[in-house]
Design a protein around this ligand. Structure first.
Ligand code: FMN
Ligand code: SF4
Ligand code: SF4
Length: 253
């Protein structure tokens, strides 16, 4: 079973492509996480966990979803991590997570997709983004071949800097950077509630027809990128930047 988490659609696209090519089931973790319900899933095919990379690791909310869930049937687990650039030493943490769950770790595949972190970086414009998505197909195909043939994903080369990024820098990132207090909304807001619906942590409420952010945020960028009126900003960092949403995978069966 292909189980995914996404903020802006990259990981959904990859999960859909994997499910389509492997003829396997697809499961979105969104409602389990949002509703605080532990998943109880059964599959006789290997588990393939697909998610974005946040600070060179699996997002904590997705790691917690896996940690708290029941995954019975197959004991094999692959990880596919979409990223704007690279996944650092994420694989080591995925291996530990598998050990905790009694799952046989089959590897971590980084798949470069368009950058979505507009609170810190720029997202590519649409034409450039589509090129990156196209190119990601090759990495995904190599991953699909490994899963079909029951091979492990190739082991990534990891150095001291990668260990630092996924270790202390990851911890500092969550302590100092990941906060919702810089989100603002402009008069362009039409009160449609799409930002509220998009938040996996249920961290947004409409008050007087405008969104208000609470204290639970994982910086997934769903709210700011989903707003049809581009009425949301993250301080000054997002001003003038293209919002990013990955289209659905068209080849899905
Ligand atoms: C909070 C946050 C942290 C990120 N950290 C990394 C990172 O460490 N390395 C990287 O290559 N990309 C990083 N990115 C980029 C995303 O991993 C990448 O764009 C991903 O494909 C987004 O997936 P999604 O559309 O499924 O949410 C980060 C994005 C966000 C929002
Ligand atoms: S998605 Fe945009 S327009 Fe809709 S309620 Fe949220 S901020 Fe307002
Ligand atoms: S508030 Fe926005 S960025 Fe934070 S978790 Fe919710 S949707 Fe994601």
């Amino acid at each position: 079973m292909i189980v995914y988490f996404t903020g802006t659609g990259n990981s959904r696209y990859c999960a859909q492509m994997l499910a389509s090519h492997l003829g396997d089931e697809l499961m979105d973790s969104f409602h389990f996480i949002r509703d605080g319900v532990a998943a109880k899933l059964l599959s006789d095919r290997p588990w393939v966990f697909v998610c974005p990379t946040y600070a060179w690791r699996v997002p904590p909310i997705f790691a917690d979803f896996i940690r708290s869930g029941g995954f019975s049937g197959s004991r094999e687990a692959y990880f596919v991590m979409t990223c704007g650039d690279e996944t650092g030493n994420a694989a080591a943490f995925n291996q530990v997570l598998c050990k905790e769950k009694g799952l046989l770790y089959k590897g971590t595949l980084p798949v470069v997709m368009p950058e979505n972190y507009i609170a810190l970086y720029d997202a590519p414009k649409q034409a450039e983004a589509l090129k990156i998505v196209d190119a990601a197909g090759l990495s995904l195909e190599s991953g699909i071949a490994c899963i079909r043939e029951d091979r492990n994903f190739p082991v990534p080369k990891v150095g001291a800097v990668d260990r630092l990024k996924s270790g202390v820098i990851n911890a500092a990132f969550y302590r100092f950077i990941v906060k919702a207090n810089k989100f603002t909304v402009s008069d362009a807001c039409v009160g449609c509630g799409k930002c509220v619906e998009s938040c996996v942590l249920n961290n947004i409420e409409l008050c007087g027809g405008k969104p208000v952010w609470g204290g639970r945020c994982t910086h997934c960028m769903a709210c700011i990128c989903t707003c049809p009126a581009s009425a949301i900003e993250y301080g000054k960092a997002s001003v003038g930047k293209p919002r990013y949403q990955c289209p659905e995978y068209k080849g899905i069966v």
